[in-house]
Each structure stands twice: as C-alpha cells, then as structure tokens.
Design a protein around this ligand. Sequence first.
Ligand code: ADP
Ligand code: ADP
Length: 231
Amino acid sequence: MAHLQLKKLVKRYPNGFEAVHGIDLDVQDGEFMVLVGPSGCAKSTTLRMVAGLETITGGEVRIGERVVNTLAPGRRGIAMVFQNYALYPHMKVKNNLSFGLRLAGRPKDEITAATAEVAEILEIESLLERLPKELSGGQAQRVALGRALIKKPEVFLFDEPLSNLDAKLRASMRVRITDLHRRLKEEGRPATVIYVTHDQTEAMTMGDRICVMKDGHIMQVADPVTLYDKP
Ligand code: ADP
Ligand code: ADP
C-alpha cells in the first residue's frame, strides 16, 4: 500500500530562493494525481523531492507509513519517467528494460520473465533487439515506461513524459498510460501516481484528481469535472 503524503513541504535552494512554501498533499493508494500549473510554479521541484533527487528543506514526504525524507532514491519504492526518455544509448531495448533488475542481482529466469511481461504489456516485443537510436519517439517512450514498470513500483512519478512527442503519439500514449494504471489496479497491484504536466488535456483526461500549483503554493485539488466544468 502506498498512500503518499506531503506535509508542510518546503524547498529553499542554496541561493536562498524558496521555491516551495510548505505544501500539503495527500495522494491515495492507487490514485492518479496530476500536478499542473505554469512554468516555474515548482511542479518539478516538488516531484524531485518526492523522488529523492532534491533535498527537503522542511516538512516531510511519507510513502505508506515511512517518512522517506533522507532515504536514497533507490530505496523509496518509486520509479520515475522523464521527458527525455533517458535510455542507455549503447544498450539494446531488452537490456535497457532489464538493467535495473540485473543491477539488483535478480535471478536470470525472473529477469527474462519480467522483461517478456512488460514487453507484452507495452507491445514492444518486436523492438527488443534494437538500439534506442533505431526507435521512434513513441517507441522510445514506451521503453522508458517499461523500464519503470519492470520494477513493479508502488509509486510512479512522471515529469512531462509526453512533451517531446507529436500530437498523435501524445494522444495514444495518454490512453496507454491510463489503461496501464487501470490494469495494475485490476491485477491487485495498484500504482500511486504523481504526473507532472503543463498540458490541460493530459490533466483532464488522465487524472483521478488534479492539483493546481502556482508560485510554490497549491491553489486547488479537485477531480477534473469539478475543476473544469464550471459555468
Ligand atoms: P516547474 O517544474 O513548475 O516549471 P521548477 O520546479 O522547475 O518549476 O522551478 C520552480 C522555481 O524554482 C522556479 O522559479 C525556478 O527558477 C526555481 N529553481 C529551480 N531550480 C533551481 C535551483 N537549482 N536554484 C535556484 N532556483 C531554482
Ligand atoms: P545480450 O545478447 O545483449 O548479451 P542477454 O542475452 O544477456 O543480452 O539478455 C539481456 C537480458 O534480456 C537478460 O536479462 C535476458 O533475460 C533478457 N532477454 C533477452 N531476450 C529476451 C526476450 N526475447 N524476451 C524477454 N527477455 C529477454
């Protein structure tokens, strides 16, 4: 179970600039929470504090019952998907997918089975022998998603994962990610998600709830209908 809680979370950068001013946010187990707001409102800073890629100045991040403030990223039970895919260029797709598990020293048969499973879910079986440079943007982003998924994380963090794709690919990836989220829930391994975007369509179509940020504050947290269907 991965109920995610931000409590009075503060970020002050070394230059003295306070980017996040004590925000509170509860993301329920299995919930898909979208963070939206204009560029510079601290979406990414917030996400990176949850991931452990940025130190926390004040307050706390809880995953389940654990305060994870000082835990290394690899120990938080999270997986992250970035805008720029961040695939290893010299590794075949299958090795990009399995890298984390190989690093963790998992048994070979488990790794093979897990690689096959995520390849099937994301429909990238035919791409396993290719190098990243031989993939389209949408294919590369599916591999990046697979690399996160293979860890079976309880928490998924997305930072503008579709921003580099064209409109058509964005639309199909939106559906793919929400389908995947639903499928994990149906299989009894729900993933708690924070998804950062500046794209209103993504927020509206993907979020169970949407958290609107501005200047390092949270302005509103509501479901898409409540937020956008105002007269
Ligand atoms: P968003 O993801 O919403 O575009 P960011 O989290 O990237 O916003 O940035 C939030 C604010 O923090 C911005 O004003 C940005 O300029 C500032 N900021 C980001 N990184 C640093 C840093 N390393 N040092 C100082 N200020 C930073
Ligand atoms: P290489 O040929 O590049 O040395 P390996 O044969 O060592 O790669 O395989 C790399 C990883 O990918 C291994 O963990 C392996 O279990 C997995 N793997 C290889 N081929 C497949 C496949 N067809 N389906 C699923 N997993 C695979």
